[in-house]
Design a protein around this ligand. Sequence first.
Ligand SMILES: *[C@@H]1O[C@H](CO)[C@@H](O)[C@H](O)[C@H]1NC(C)=O
Ligand SMILES: *[C@@H]1O[C@H](CO)[C@@H](O)[C@H](O)[C@H]1NC(C)=O
Ligand SMILES: *[C@@H]1O[C@H](CO)[C@@H](O)[C@H](O)[C@H]1NC(C)=O
Ligand SMILES: *[C@@H]1O[C@H](CO)[C@@H](O)[C@H](O)[C@H]1NC(C)=O
Length: 508
Amino acid sequence: MGGFSFKKLAFAFVIAILVWVSSLETCNGRRGKHWRHTRGTLSSLYKKKGNNHGHQVITVEKSKPKSKSKTKQKHPLPTPEEPLAPPQKGSKFNVLDYGAQGDGASDDTKAFQAAWADACKVEASTMIVPSGYEFLVGPISFAGPYCQRNILFQLDGTIIAPTYAKAWGKSLLQWLEFTKLVGLTIKGKGTIDGRGSVWWTNSVLDDPIDNEEQLVISLDNITVTENPPVSSSMDGKMPSTKPTALRFYGSFNVTVTGITIQNSPQCHLKFDSCDGVLVYSLSISSPGDSPNTDGIHLQNSKNVLIHTTDLACGDDCISIQTGCTDVYVHDVNCGPGHGISIGSLGKDGTTACVSNITVRDINMHNTMTGVRIKTWQGGSGSVQGVLFSNIHVSEVEFPIMIDQYYCDHSSCTNHTSAVALSNIAYENIRGTYTVKPVHVSCSDSKPCMDVRLTDIELQPVPKGYHMYDPFCWQAFGELYAPTVPEISCLQQGAPSSSWSPDETGCAA
Ligand SMILES: *[C@@H]1O[C@H](CO)[C@@H](O)[C@H](O)[C@H]1NC(C)=O
Ligand SMILES: *[C@@H]1O[C@H](CO)[C@@H](O)[C@H](O)[C@H]1NC(C)=O
Ligand SMILES: *[C@@H]1O[C@H](CO)[C@@H](O)[C@H](O)[C@H]1NC(C)=O
Ligand SMILES: *[C@@H]1O[C@H](CO)[C@@H](O)[C@H](O)[C@H]1NC(C)=O
Protein backbone atom coordinates (compact mmCIF):
# COMPACT_ATOMS: atom_id res chain seq x y z
CA MET A 1 0.00 0.00 0.00
CA GLY A 2 2.80 2.35 0.98
CA GLY A 3 4.44 1.69 -2.43
CA PHE A 4 1.21 2.58 -4.19
CA SER A 5 0.84 5.94 -2.52
CA PHE A 6 4.50 6.67 -3.18
CA LYS A 7 3.88 6.04 -6.89
CA LYS A 8 1.00 8.48 -6.82
CA LEU A 9 3.19 11.05 -5.15
CA ALA A 10 5.93 10.55 -7.71
CA PHE A 11 3.38 10.87 -10.53
CA ALA A 12 2.15 14.17 -9.14
CA PHE A 13 5.73 15.38 -8.90
CA VAL A 14 6.39 14.53 -12.55
CA ILE A 15 3.25 16.41 -13.60
CA ALA A 16 4.39 19.42 -11.59
CA ILE A 17 7.78 19.34 -13.32
CA LEU A 18 6.14 19.13 -16.75
CA VAL A 19 3.93 22.12 -16.00
CA TRP A 20 6.95 24.07 -14.82
CA VAL A 21 8.98 23.17 -17.90
CA SER A 22 6.17 24.20 -20.26
CA SER A 23 5.96 27.55 -18.51
CA LEU A 24 9.66 27.99 -19.21
CA GLU A 25 9.00 27.22 -22.86
CA THR A 26 6.40 29.99 -22.83
CA CYS A 27 8.96 32.40 -21.44
CA ASN A 28 11.32 31.42 -24.22
CA GLY A 29 8.52 31.82 -26.71
CA ARG A 30 7.99 35.38 -25.57
CA ARG A 31 11.61 36.07 -26.29
CA GLY A 32 11.14 34.48 -29.69
CA LYS A 33 11.93 37.56 -31.72
CA HIS A 34 15.30 38.08 -30.13
CA TRP A 35 15.98 34.36 -30.38
CA ARG A 36 15.26 34.16 -34.09
CA HIS A 37 17.47 37.13 -34.73
CA THR A 38 20.34 35.48 -32.90
CA ARG A 39 19.80 32.25 -34.75
CA GLY A 40 20.06 33.94 -38.11
CA THR A 41 23.39 35.53 -37.27
CA LEU A 42 24.70 32.30 -35.93
CA SER A 43 23.79 30.18 -38.91
CA SER A 44 25.56 32.55 -41.23
CA LEU A 45 28.60 32.44 -38.97
CA TYR A 46 28.48 28.71 -39.07
CA LYS A 47 28.26 28.64 -42.86
CA LYS A 48 31.28 30.89 -43.16
CA LYS A 49 33.26 28.69 -40.89
CA GLY A 50 32.27 25.67 -42.91
CA ASN A 51 33.39 27.28 -46.14
CA ASN A 52 36.69 28.38 -44.75
CA HIS A 53 37.66 25.09 -43.24
CA GLY A 54 36.35 22.48 -45.62
CA HIS A 55 35.96 19.18 -43.82
CA GLN A 56 36.79 20.51 -40.40
CA VAL A 57 34.66 18.90 -37.79
CA ILE A 58 32.99 21.48 -35.63
CA THR A 59 32.91 20.39 -32.06
CA VAL A 60 29.77 21.34 -30.22
CA GLU A 61 30.58 23.04 -26.98
CA LYS A 62 28.41 21.98 -24.15
CA SER A 63 26.02 24.71 -23.08
CA LYS A 64 23.05 24.49 -20.83
CA PRO A 65 19.85 23.97 -22.80
CA LYS A 66 18.17 27.02 -21.29
CA SER A 67 21.18 29.28 -21.45
CA LYS A 68 20.70 32.85 -22.56
CA SER A 69 21.09 33.77 -26.18
CA LYS A 70 24.28 35.61 -25.34
CA THR A 71 25.87 32.29 -24.43
CA LYS A 72 24.45 30.71 -27.54
CA GLN A 73 26.17 33.30 -29.63
CA LYS A 74 29.50 32.03 -28.38
CA HIS A 75 28.63 28.40 -28.95
CA PRO A 76 26.50 28.00 -32.05
CA LEU A 77 24.55 24.79 -32.41
CA PRO A 78 25.12 23.36 -35.87
CA THR A 79 21.65 21.84 -36.16
CA PRO A 80 18.36 22.51 -34.44
CA GLU A 81 18.08 18.75 -33.77
CA GLU A 82 21.00 18.86 -31.32
CA PRO A 83 19.92 17.05 -28.16
CA LEU A 84 18.84 19.46 -25.46
CA ALA A 85 20.96 18.01 -22.69
CA PRO A 86 24.33 16.79 -23.92
CA PRO A 87 26.49 15.24 -21.19
CA GLN A 88 28.19 17.93 -19.18
CA LYS A 89 31.90 18.48 -19.35
CA GLY A 90 33.36 16.44 -16.54
CA SER A 91 30.57 13.83 -16.41
CA LYS A 92 31.23 10.52 -14.67
CA PHE A 93 30.73 7.09 -16.18
CA ASN A 94 30.88 4.19 -13.75
CA VAL A 95 31.39 0.73 -15.24
CA LEU A 96 28.90 -0.64 -12.69
CA ASP A 97 26.20 1.42 -14.40
CA TYR A 98 27.01 -0.38 -17.63
CA GLY A 99 26.44 -3.84 -16.24
CA ALA A 100 29.90 -4.69 -14.97
CA GLN A 101 29.70 -7.35 -12.23
CA GLY A 102 33.15 -6.99 -10.72
CA ASP A 103 32.96 -10.47 -9.22
CA GLY A 104 36.24 -11.65 -10.72
CA ALA A 105 34.48 -14.27 -12.82
CA SER A 106 31.92 -12.60 -15.11
CA ASP A 107 33.28 -11.11 -18.30
CA ASP A 108 33.04 -7.34 -17.87
CA THR A 109 34.65 -6.45 -21.21
CA LYS A 110 31.41 -5.21 -22.79
CA ALA A 111 30.58 -3.00 -19.82
CA PHE A 112 34.03 -1.40 -20.02
CA GLN A 113 33.60 -0.84 -23.75
CA ALA A 114 30.19 0.75 -23.27
CA ALA A 115 31.37 3.02 -20.45
CA TRP A 116 34.32 4.10 -22.55
CA ALA A 117 32.14 4.80 -25.57
CA ASP A 118 30.18 7.32 -23.49
CA ALA A 119 33.15 8.77 -21.61
CA CYS A 120 34.94 9.26 -24.92
CA LYS A 121 32.32 11.72 -26.13
CA VAL A 122 32.69 14.12 -23.23
CA GLU A 123 35.58 16.43 -22.55
CA ALA A 124 37.27 15.86 -19.19
CA SER A 125 34.91 13.02 -18.38
CA THR A 126 35.75 10.40 -15.77
CA MET A 127 35.45 6.68 -16.36
CA ILE A 128 35.15 5.05 -12.96
CA VAL A 129 36.40 1.59 -12.07
CA PRO A 130 35.37 1.51 -8.40
CA SER A 131 37.22 -0.02 -5.48
CA GLY A 132 36.05 -3.20 -3.80
CA TYR A 133 35.51 -5.00 -7.10
CA GLU A 134 37.55 -7.29 -9.31
CA PHE A 135 36.75 -6.88 -12.99
CA LEU A 136 37.61 -9.63 -15.44
CA VAL A 137 38.30 -7.82 -18.70
CA GLY A 138 39.52 -9.30 -21.99
CA PRO A 139 41.74 -7.54 -24.52
CA ILE A 140 40.30 -4.08 -25.10
CA SER A 141 41.25 -0.92 -26.95
CA PHE A 142 40.27 2.39 -25.46
CA ALA A 143 40.65 4.16 -28.73
CA GLY A 144 40.60 7.74 -29.85
CA PRO A 145 41.01 9.44 -32.26
CA TYR A 146 37.50 10.83 -32.07
CA CYS A 147 37.44 11.05 -28.31
CA GLN A 148 37.37 14.32 -26.43
CA ARG A 149 40.41 15.53 -24.50
CA ASN A 150 41.49 15.11 -20.92
CA ILE A 151 39.57 11.98 -20.01
CA LEU A 152 40.30 10.60 -16.55
CA PHE A 153 40.33 6.84 -16.08
CA GLN A 154 39.82 6.57 -12.33
CA LEU A 155 41.02 3.11 -11.38
CA ASP A 156 40.45 2.15 -7.75
CA GLY A 157 39.30 -1.42 -8.24
CA THR A 158 41.21 -4.35 -9.69
CA ILE A 159 41.23 -5.35 -13.35
CA ILE A 160 42.28 -8.93 -14.03
CA ALA A 161 43.16 -10.59 -17.33
CA PRO A 162 41.60 -13.81 -18.60
CA THR A 163 43.85 -16.84 -18.24
CA TYR A 164 42.15 -19.04 -20.81
CA ALA A 165 43.55 -19.14 -24.33
CA LYS A 166 40.18 -18.57 -26.04
CA ALA A 167 39.96 -15.00 -24.74
CA TRP A 168 43.12 -14.00 -26.58
CA GLY A 169 42.43 -15.01 -30.18
CA LYS A 170 45.49 -15.70 -32.29
CA SER A 171 48.03 -13.19 -31.16
CA LEU A 172 47.65 -9.81 -29.54
CA LEU A 173 50.42 -7.38 -28.74
CA GLN A 174 48.62 -5.93 -25.76
CA TRP A 175 45.84 -6.48 -23.30
CA LEU A 176 44.69 -2.95 -22.38
CA GLU A 177 45.42 -0.36 -25.01
CA PHE A 178 44.89 3.40 -25.10
CA THR A 179 45.44 4.95 -28.53
CA LYS A 180 45.38 8.37 -30.14
CA LEU A 181 44.23 10.29 -27.12
CA VAL A 182 45.09 13.73 -25.82
CA GLY A 183 45.46 14.42 -22.13
CA LEU A 184 44.36 11.01 -20.88
CA THR A 185 45.10 10.24 -17.22
CA ILE A 186 44.94 6.89 -15.45
CA LYS A 187 44.98 7.36 -11.72
CA GLY A 188 43.78 5.76 -8.51
CA LYS A 189 44.67 3.12 -5.96
CA GLY A 190 43.67 0.23 -8.18
CA THR A 191 45.53 -2.69 -9.69
CA ILE A 192 45.98 -4.07 -13.17
CA ASP A 193 46.81 -7.76 -12.81
CA GLY A 194 47.90 -9.60 -15.96
CA ARG A 195 47.93 -12.96 -14.16
CA GLY A 196 50.86 -13.80 -16.42
CA SER A 197 52.14 -16.99 -14.81
CA VAL A 198 50.11 -19.05 -17.27
CA TRP A 199 52.08 -17.40 -20.08
CA TRP A 200 55.47 -17.59 -18.43
CA THR A 201 55.35 -21.33 -17.97
CA ASN A 202 53.32 -22.17 -21.02
CA SER A 203 55.35 -20.71 -23.84
CA VAL A 204 58.52 -21.93 -25.43
CA LEU A 205 61.29 -19.49 -24.71
CA ASP A 206 61.90 -17.97 -28.12
CA ASP A 207 62.43 -14.47 -26.79
CA PRO A 208 65.82 -12.97 -26.18
CA ILE A 209 67.76 -13.52 -23.01
CA ASP A 210 70.34 -10.95 -22.14
CA ASN A 211 73.73 -12.13 -23.30
CA GLU A 212 75.37 -10.63 -20.25
CA GLU A 213 74.35 -13.85 -18.58
CA GLN A 214 77.12 -15.55 -20.57
CA LEU A 215 79.62 -13.67 -18.47
CA VAL A 216 78.12 -14.92 -15.27
CA ILE A 217 80.10 -18.00 -14.41
CA SER A 218 79.25 -19.75 -11.24
CA LEU A 219 82.31 -20.91 -9.39
CA ASP A 220 80.79 -24.23 -8.48
CA ASN A 221 79.53 -24.75 -12.04
CA ILE A 222 75.89 -24.51 -11.14
CA THR A 223 73.85 -22.81 -13.83
CA VAL A 224 72.94 -19.41 -12.53
CA THR A 225 70.04 -18.56 -14.79
CA GLU A 226 67.68 -21.30 -15.68
CA ASN A 227 65.27 -21.12 -18.54
CA PRO A 228 61.69 -21.14 -17.38
CA PRO A 229 60.16 -24.59 -17.47
CA VAL A 230 58.52 -25.42 -20.77
CA SER A 231 55.20 -27.07 -20.37
CA SER A 232 53.22 -28.45 -23.27
CA SER A 233 50.47 -30.21 -21.46
CA MET A 234 48.36 -27.31 -20.27
CA ASP A 235 44.69 -27.00 -21.00
CA GLY A 236 44.55 -24.78 -24.09
CA LYS A 237 47.85 -23.37 -25.29
CA MET A 238 48.25 -19.63 -24.90
CA PRO A 239 49.17 -17.78 -28.12
CA SER A 240 52.90 -17.55 -28.78
CA THR A 241 52.79 -13.74 -28.73
CA LYS A 242 52.66 -12.56 -25.16
CA PRO A 243 50.75 -9.33 -24.65
CA THR A 244 51.89 -6.16 -22.92
CA ALA A 245 49.55 -5.38 -20.02
CA LEU A 246 48.99 -1.68 -20.64
CA ARG A 247 50.04 0.16 -23.77
CA PHE A 248 49.71 3.74 -24.93
CA TYR A 249 50.07 4.48 -28.59
CA GLY A 250 50.14 7.72 -30.56
CA SER A 251 48.97 9.90 -27.70
CA PHE A 252 49.78 13.33 -26.27
CA ASN A 253 50.19 14.30 -22.65
CA VAL A 254 49.27 11.07 -20.95
CA THR A 255 49.66 10.43 -17.22
CA VAL A 256 49.72 7.21 -15.24
CA THR A 257 49.83 7.55 -11.46
CA GLY A 258 48.98 5.79 -8.22
CA ILE A 259 48.09 2.39 -9.62
CA THR A 260 49.84 -0.97 -9.43
CA ILE A 261 50.51 -3.05 -12.51
CA GLN A 262 51.50 -6.61 -11.76
CA ASN A 263 52.26 -9.99 -13.29
CA SER A 264 52.03 -8.98 -16.91
CA PRO A 265 52.42 -11.80 -19.46
CA GLN A 266 55.15 -9.63 -21.00
CA CYS A 267 56.01 -5.92 -20.67
CA HIS A 268 53.92 -4.13 -18.02
CA LEU A 269 53.59 -0.57 -19.32
CA LYS A 270 54.52 0.57 -22.80
CA PHE A 271 54.51 4.00 -24.45
CA ASP A 272 54.89 3.99 -28.21
CA SER A 273 54.87 7.13 -30.35
CA CYS A 274 53.75 9.39 -27.53
CA ASP A 275 54.66 13.00 -26.88
CA GLY A 276 54.30 14.10 -23.27
CA VAL A 277 54.37 11.17 -20.85
CA LEU A 278 54.18 11.50 -17.07
CA VAL A 279 54.47 8.47 -14.79
CA TYR A 280 54.79 8.83 -11.02
CA SER A 281 53.86 7.03 -7.80
CA LEU A 282 53.45 3.90 -9.85
CA SER A 283 54.22 0.40 -8.70
CA ILE A 284 55.08 -2.47 -11.01
CA SER A 285 55.74 -5.95 -9.79
CA SER A 286 56.33 -9.42 -11.16
CA PRO A 287 58.72 -12.19 -10.10
CA GLY A 288 62.41 -11.76 -10.88
CA ASP A 289 62.38 -14.95 -12.94
CA SER A 290 59.34 -14.11 -15.08
CA PRO A 291 60.64 -13.94 -18.68
CA ASN A 292 60.56 -10.69 -20.69
CA THR A 293 58.49 -8.82 -18.17
CA ASP A 294 59.91 -5.33 -18.69
CA GLY A 295 58.62 -2.72 -16.28
CA ILE A 296 58.26 0.37 -18.47
CA HIS A 297 59.10 0.33 -22.14
CA LEU A 298 59.53 3.56 -24.12
CA GLN A 299 59.65 3.70 -27.90
CA ASN A 300 59.50 6.62 -30.33
CA SER A 301 58.43 8.82 -27.45
CA LYS A 302 59.57 12.21 -26.29
CA ASN A 303 59.14 14.52 -23.33
CA VAL A 304 58.90 11.67 -20.88
CA LEU A 305 59.10 12.08 -17.10
CA ILE A 306 59.11 9.04 -14.83
CA HIS A 307 59.64 9.49 -11.10
CA THR A 308 58.91 8.21 -7.62
CA THR A 309 58.18 4.73 -8.81
CA ASP A 310 58.90 1.16 -7.66
CA LEU A 311 59.76 -1.36 -10.33
CA ALA A 312 60.30 -5.06 -9.67
CA CYS A 313 60.18 -7.43 -12.62
CA GLY A 314 61.91 -10.15 -14.62
CA ASP A 315 63.50 -7.97 -17.30
CA ASP A 316 64.53 -4.33 -17.70
CA CYS A 317 62.92 -2.07 -15.10
CA ILE A 318 62.92 0.65 -17.73
CA SER A 319 63.80 0.07 -21.35
CA ILE A 320 64.40 3.04 -23.63
CA GLN A 321 64.20 2.14 -27.29
CA THR A 322 64.72 3.81 -30.63
CA GLY A 323 63.14 7.19 -31.33
CA CYS A 324 63.21 8.37 -27.72
CA THR A 325 64.39 11.84 -26.82
CA ASP A 326 64.06 14.16 -23.83
CA VAL A 327 63.51 11.45 -21.25
CA TYR A 328 63.99 12.15 -17.54
CA VAL A 329 63.85 9.36 -14.98
CA HIS A 330 64.46 10.03 -11.28
CA ASP A 331 63.75 8.59 -7.85
CA VAL A 332 63.07 5.09 -9.02
CA ASN A 333 63.61 1.84 -7.13
CA CYS A 334 64.54 -1.05 -9.39
CA GLY A 335 64.89 -4.69 -8.42
CA PRO A 336 64.65 -7.46 -9.00
CA GLY A 337 65.06 -6.89 -12.69
CA HIS A 338 67.69 -6.31 -15.35
CA GLY A 339 68.28 -2.65 -14.55
CA ILE A 340 67.63 0.46 -16.64
CA SER A 341 68.61 0.06 -20.27
CA ILE A 342 68.86 2.06 -23.42
CA GLY A 343 68.34 -0.51 -26.17
CA SER A 344 68.80 -2.97 -27.51
CA LEU A 345 69.23 -0.81 -30.61
CA GLY A 346 70.09 -1.48 -34.24
CA LYS A 347 68.83 -5.04 -34.53
CA ASP A 348 68.77 -6.44 -38.09
CA GLY A 349 70.59 -3.44 -39.53
CA THR A 350 68.04 -0.90 -38.37
CA THR A 351 68.75 2.77 -37.69
CA ALA A 352 68.21 3.90 -34.11
CA CYS A 353 68.22 7.43 -32.75
CA VAL A 354 68.16 8.19 -29.04
CA SER A 355 69.13 11.47 -27.41
CA ASN A 356 68.96 13.54 -24.23
CA ILE A 357 68.30 10.85 -21.64
CA THR A 358 68.76 11.57 -17.93
CA VAL A 359 68.53 8.87 -15.28
CA ARG A 360 69.28 9.99 -11.74
CA ASP A 361 68.68 9.21 -8.08
CA ILE A 362 68.04 5.53 -8.61
CA ASN A 363 68.21 2.62 -6.19
CA MET A 364 69.02 -0.75 -7.69
CA HIS A 365 68.88 -3.89 -5.64
CA ASN A 366 69.70 -7.39 -6.82
CA THR A 367 69.51 -6.53 -10.50
CA MET A 368 71.47 -7.97 -13.39
CA THR A 369 72.79 -4.69 -14.77
CA GLY A 370 72.62 -1.23 -13.33
CA VAL A 371 72.57 1.38 -16.05
CA ARG A 372 73.24 0.04 -19.50
CA ILE A 373 73.37 0.82 -23.21
CA LYS A 374 73.14 -2.15 -25.57
CA THR A 375 73.36 -2.17 -29.36
CA TRP A 376 73.58 -4.87 -32.01
CA GLN A 377 76.31 -5.05 -34.57
CA GLY A 378 75.21 -3.95 -38.04
CA GLY A 379 72.88 -1.14 -36.96
CA SER A 380 73.26 2.56 -37.58
CA GLY A 381 72.19 5.83 -36.02
CA SER A 382 73.29 7.20 -32.69
CA VAL A 383 72.85 7.55 -28.96
CA GLN A 384 73.83 11.05 -27.86
CA GLY A 385 73.62 12.86 -24.58
CA VAL A 386 73.06 10.37 -21.78
CA LEU A 387 73.52 11.08 -18.08
CA PHE A 388 73.39 8.36 -15.45
CA SER A 389 73.79 10.13 -12.13
CA ASN A 390 73.59 9.18 -8.48
CA ILE A 391 72.85 5.52 -8.98
CA HIS A 392 73.03 3.41 -5.86
CA VAL A 393 73.59 -0.26 -6.60
CA SER A 394 73.38 -3.11 -4.17
CA GLU A 395 74.47 -6.60 -5.20
CA VAL A 396 74.18 -5.79 -8.89
CA GLU A 397 75.98 -8.10 -11.31
CA PHE A 398 77.08 -5.39 -13.81
CA PRO A 399 76.51 -1.86 -12.50
CA ILE A 400 78.00 0.03 -15.47
CA MET A 401 77.64 -1.44 -18.90
CA ILE A 402 77.92 -0.45 -22.53
CA ASP A 403 77.66 -3.41 -24.88
CA GLN A 404 77.88 -2.79 -28.62
CA TYR A 405 78.09 -6.50 -29.34
CA TYR A 406 74.69 -7.34 -28.02
CA CYS A 407 73.43 -10.68 -29.22
CA ASP A 408 70.65 -12.72 -27.72
CA HIS A 409 71.48 -16.00 -29.36
CA SER A 410 74.70 -17.92 -29.30
CA SER A 411 76.18 -16.77 -32.62
CA CYS A 412 75.74 -13.37 -34.23
CA THR A 413 77.63 -12.42 -37.37
CA ASN A 414 80.22 -9.66 -37.18
CA HIS A 415 79.42 -6.36 -38.91
CA THR A 416 81.38 -3.16 -39.20
CA SER A 417 78.50 -0.69 -38.95
CA ALA A 418 77.18 0.25 -35.53
CA VAL A 419 74.91 2.61 -33.66
CA ALA A 420 77.34 5.38 -32.70
CA LEU A 421 77.62 6.36 -29.03
CA SER A 422 78.79 9.75 -27.79
CA ASN A 423 78.45 12.07 -24.81
CA ILE A 424 77.67 9.38 -22.26
CA ALA A 425 78.22 10.29 -18.60
CA TYR A 426 78.25 8.01 -15.59
CA GLU A 427 78.58 9.99 -12.38
CA ASN A 428 78.27 9.06 -8.75
CA ILE A 429 77.66 5.36 -9.20
CA ARG A 430 78.14 3.66 -5.82
CA GLY A 431 77.46 0.43 -4.04
CA THR A 432 78.25 -3.24 -4.51
CA TYR A 433 78.62 -5.58 -7.48
CA THR A 434 78.72 -9.36 -7.76
CA VAL A 435 80.37 -10.02 -11.17
CA LYS A 436 81.95 -7.05 -12.97
CA PRO A 437 81.90 -3.38 -11.95
CA VAL A 438 82.47 -1.78 -15.36
CA HIS A 439 82.00 -3.26 -18.83
CA VAL A 440 82.31 -0.77 -21.68
CA SER A 441 82.61 -2.64 -24.94
CA CYS A 442 82.36 -0.34 -27.96
CA SER A 443 82.37 -0.82 -31.69
CA ASP A 444 85.66 -1.13 -33.58
CA SER A 445 84.40 1.01 -36.44
CA LYS A 446 82.50 3.55 -34.30
CA PRO A 447 84.37 3.81 -31.01
CA CYS A 448 82.44 5.38 -28.13
CA MET A 449 83.28 9.05 -27.86
CA ASP A 450 83.12 11.36 -24.88
CA VAL A 451 82.44 8.70 -22.25
CA ARG A 452 82.80 10.36 -18.84
CA LEU A 453 83.21 8.44 -15.61
CA THR A 454 83.02 10.48 -12.42
CA ASP A 455 82.88 9.36 -8.78
CA ILE A 456 82.63 5.64 -9.24
CA GLU A 457 82.87 3.55 -6.09
CA LEU A 458 81.95 -0.08 -6.44
CA GLN A 459 82.83 -2.78 -3.94
CA PRO A 460 82.78 -6.49 -4.70
CA VAL A 461 80.41 -8.77 -2.85
CA PRO A 462 81.26 -12.40 -3.50
CA LYS A 463 78.14 -14.32 -4.39
CA GLY A 464 79.80 -17.40 -5.74
CA TYR A 465 80.41 -16.05 -9.24
CA HIS A 466 83.67 -15.50 -11.04
CA MET A 467 84.60 -11.84 -10.59
CA TYR A 468 86.13 -9.64 -13.26
CA ASP A 469 88.16 -6.44 -13.39
CA PRO A 470 86.76 -3.39 -15.17
CA PHE A 471 86.78 -3.86 -18.92
CA CYS A 472 86.79 -1.30 -21.73
CA TRP A 473 87.16 -1.71 -25.48
CA GLN A 474 87.31 1.17 -27.95
CA ALA A 475 86.04 3.51 -25.26
CA PHE A 476 87.27 7.11 -25.35
CA GLY A 477 86.62 9.92 -22.93
CA GLU A 478 87.58 11.19 -19.52
CA LEU A 479 87.97 9.78 -16.06
CA TYR A 480 87.22 12.64 -13.69
CA ALA A 481 87.96 11.39 -10.22
CA PRO A 482 89.69 8.51 -8.55
CA THR A 483 87.54 5.46 -8.89
CA VAL A 484 87.15 2.27 -6.93
CA PRO A 485 88.16 -0.09 -8.34
CA GLU A 486 90.78 1.54 -10.51
CA ILE A 487 89.59 1.94 -14.10
CA SER A 488 92.62 2.13 -16.35
CA CYS A 489 91.04 0.91 -19.56
CA LEU A 490 89.26 4.09 -20.64
CA GLN A 491 91.29 5.85 -23.35
CA GLN A 492 91.72 9.58 -22.89
CA GLY A 493 90.63 12.01 -25.58
CA ALA A 494 89.21 11.20 -28.99
CA PRO A 495 89.85 8.13 -31.15
CA SER A 496 91.95 8.51 -34.31
CA SER A 497 89.05 7.12 -36.31
CA SER A 498 86.62 9.64 -34.87
CA TRP A 499 83.26 10.08 -36.49
CA SER A 500 80.91 12.99 -36.80
CA PRO A 501 77.34 13.02 -35.51
CA ASP A 502 76.21 14.26 -38.96
CA GLU A 503 76.98 10.92 -40.51
CA THR A 504 74.80 8.93 -38.12
CA GLY A 505 71.52 9.55 -39.93
CA CYS A 506 69.83 11.05 -36.89
CA ALA A 507 68.45 14.57 -36.87
CA ALA A 508 70.57 16.88 -34.75
C1 LIG B 1 83.92 -26.09 -13.58
O1 LIG B 1 84.06 -26.19 -14.99
C2 LIG B 1 85.40 -26.05 -15.44
C3 LIG B 1 85.37 -26.00 -16.96
O2 LIG B 1 84.17 -26.42 -17.49
C4 LIG B 1 86.22 -27.22 -14.90
O3 LIG B 1 87.56 -27.08 -15.33
C5 LIG B 1 86.18 -27.17 -13.39
O4 LIG B 1 86.86 -28.28 -12.85
C6 LIG B 1 84.74 -27.19 -12.90
N1 LIG B 1 84.73 -26.97 -11.46
C7 LIG B 1 84.03 -27.73 -10.63
C8 LIG B 1 84.08 -27.33 -9.19
O5 LIG B 1 83.33 -28.68 -11.00
C1 LIG C 1 50.69 18.97 -24.00
O1 LIG C 1 51.07 19.74 -22.88
C2 LIG C 1 51.93 20.81 -23.20
C3 LIG C 1 52.40 21.44 -21.91
O2 LIG C 1 51.35 21.62 -21.05
C4 LIG C 1 51.19 21.79 -24.10
O3 LIG C 1 52.02 22.85 -24.45
C5 LIG C 1 50.76 21.05 -25.36
O4 LIG C 1 49.99 21.89 -26.18
C6 LIG C 1 49.95 19.80 -25.02
N1 LIG C 1 49.72 19.04 -26.25
C7 LIG C 1 48.50 18.80 -26.73
C8 LIG C 1 48.42 18.06 -28.00
O5 LIG C 1 47.50 19.17 -26.14
C1 LIG D 1 66.51 17.36 -22.45
O1 LIG D 1 65.34 16.80 -21.92
C2 LIG D 1 64.77 17.54 -20.85
C3 LIG D 1 63.57 16.78 -20.36
O2 LIG D 1 63.97 15.56 -19.88
C4 LIG D 1 64.41 18.94 -21.33
O3 LIG D 1 63.89 19.69 -20.27
C5 LIG D 1 65.61 19.60 -21.90
O4 LIG D 1 65.26 20.84 -22.46
C6 LIG D 1 66.25 18.75 -22.99
N1 LIG D 1 67.50 19.34 -23.41
C7 LIG D 1 67.77 19.57 -24.69
C8 LIG D 1 69.09 20.16 -24.98
O5 LIG D 1 66.99 19.31 -25.59
C1 LIG E 1 83.68 -11.87 -34.76
O1 LIG E 1 84.79 -11.15 -34.28
C2 LIG E 1 85.35 -11.67 -33.09
C3 LIG E 1 86.41 -10.71 -32.60
O2 LIG E 1 87.21 -10.27 -33.67
C4 LIG E 1 85.89 -13.07 -33.39
O3 LIG E 1 86.44 -13.62 -32.22
C5 LIG E 1 84.73 -13.93 -33.86
O4 LIG E 1 85.19 -15.20 -34.25
C6 LIG E 1 84.04 -13.30 -35.06
N1 LIG E 1 82.84 -14.06 -35.35
C7 LIG E 1 82.51 -14.44 -36.58
C8 LIG E 1 81.23 -15.19 -36.69
O5 LIG E 1 83.20 -14.19 -37.56
